[in-house]
Design a protein around this ligand. Sequence first.
Ligand code: DHK
Length: 190
Amino acid sequence: MGQGGCQGKAIPGAFHRNPCDKPFPSRIVAPIRAVVTVFGVRFEMMKFLVLNGPNLNMLGLREPSIYGHATYADLEARCHAAAGLLGVSVEVRQSNHEGVLIDWIQAARGTVSGIVLNPGAYTHTSIAIRDAISASEVPTIELHLSNVFAREPFRHHSTISPVALGVMCGFGIDGYQWALTALHAKIVHA
Ligand code: DHK
């Protein structure tokens, strides 16, 4: 079904109310559902993607005074816990390669309801990632662990922000939970 339609069949009493009766703004695609089977019962859930760019695999080891002591495994666990609370499914991925991130963003088109993206240093340089977000038409929240505006001037510019639904920065791994919550609310209440 095309943009603005409802992908999959909503199950009454599933994890969240069915938002399919609401019109979606043109940039926000329909709430795409992933099918999860629990004890033989089929649930359809919204599917989110959390993408992390270069050096985020070093979390916990890398400049902890800036990025915190939480590890990448902690970040993944936080995202899965947040998704559990929201009743959505989430996949958390990391790559040090711009092209890989672009491939994932492109593949999200029509298959994922929303993306939380920490592009790492590509935030400040990558027109290609910005174009991939525009092309995918998947609502995307830009996220940074650190408060980039309190850091070096070269971190104050983002190529991503103009095409992002919103920006979260400065809250460490807590930000991932809040970004997922904000994405969910934005889609459900659109
Ligand atoms: C992570 C990076 O790797 C930096 O290059 C960005 C961002 C900030 C963060 O705070 O998560 O400038």
